[in-house]
Write a protein that binds this ligand. Sequence first.
Ligand SMILES: Cc1cc2nc3c(=O)[nH]c(=O)nc-3n(C[C@H](O)[C@H](O)[C@H](O)COP(=O)(O)OP(=O)(O)OC[C@H]3O[C@@H](n4cnc5c(N)ncnc54)[C@H](O)[C@@H]3O)c2cc1C
Length: 383
Amino acid sequence: MFDLNDQQKETRAWAREFAEREVLPRAAEMDRAATYDRAVIEAMFEAGLMGLLVPEQYGGRELSVLEYATAVEELARCDASTALVMSIHSSLVTALIAEFASDEIKGAVLPDLASRKVGAFALTEEDPSVPTKADPTGDAFTANGTKMYITNGPVADIVVLFAVTGVTETEREGKVRKRDEVSALLVDTDRADGLTRTQIEGKMGLTAAPVGRLVFRDVSIPASHLIGERGEGLRMAMSVLDAGRIGAAAMAVGIGQAALEAARSYATTRVTGGRPIAKFQAVQLLVAESATRLEAARALTYQAASAADRGEPISELAAMAKLFASETASFVASNALQVHGGSGLVKELHPVERYFRDARVMEIIEGTSEIQKLVVAGHELKG
Ligand SMILES: Cc1cc2nc3c(=O)[nH]c(=O)nc-3n(C[C@H](O)[C@H](O)[C@H](O)COP(=O)(O)OP(=O)(O)OC[C@H]3O[C@@H](n4cnc5c(N)ncnc54)[C@H](O)[C@@H]3O)c2cc1C
């Protein structure tokens, strides 16, 4: 068992208490309705959960990555859609602004992001062969293009938009190479004429999370809203995505934990042939293998988080944690479904089919399993 210190245990207990009180009672209905309950976001702001990674000077809690990971895990144990809303807002949006934006931007948006405004991180393109552009025009950039699968996109007050702001040319051995220059821009959705946002309907898992398509048509973004240097957008995105993967891994561990608890509870109460099914070795094996893999996934996730807190390079560990934890969550949820027999398939009877659907999505978001493997291979085989 990974050893958390007293403060880390306290943070975890605080997040668990919040999630069981404010999130769990609403989770099944939000999933059924495939709609996010705004009251949960308000409750998270009220509790300080949306500012966990915001520096204290801007009104946040400035937690360690490990404490943050335990909070995400506890939210996901109760509702993965809620954990997604919080983790994208925190580990991608607030973390990127806190690390790379000017003091002026930080002062203008971080207090609001910690207390009342929702953030979204718009990187994925609807069509990668036609990337979103933001042409520099005088004192502003003019954005055109379509971003897809953007968590919080439909409800966000602030969007961090990654767009092509120009082309850089480099010459090597007499050949000129052209490369898109990607920059990060802060979009205030209240002042973004030409931005259309639609919710993506019919997701298989994380159904309640507000995930959307953002269409930019001649949206003017002030030049002062540039985050970091022009052309540094992808580097900044990759940097926060490394840490974001630890959040995604923690989410997967939380879903796996919920599924394991459901399997344990059902196995001890369901009686067939006069005995609880927990007495059957076949059921014991399903639970034992799930518990073992889940503990390993949690240890890897916490190890990656601890490395981030020590300021060590985390790219490989974070990719390993995300890869292993998401595949483990799917495995554990599938086993839990099996333990439940037919009743596991019925929404109204047990939440386990929701865990199964949510876990599967974790193998795709914040970089697919294949991409995580490429990252790991890049480290293992470099040089
Ligand atoms: C619920 C949800 C929430 C999301 N939230 C956000 C968000 O907030 N912000 C955001 O920017 N994005 C978000 N995404 C997008 C998500 O990160 C992408 O869907 C994911 O990274 C995969 O990208 P893609 O959908 O473009 O698939 P593609 O890149 O088209 O991949 C399709 C398949 O090809 C494989 N593949 C692609 N490239 C390679 C390669 N180089 N080598 C080997 N295999 C490859 C992939 O593994 C996959 O199997 C979200 C997605 C979902 C489902």
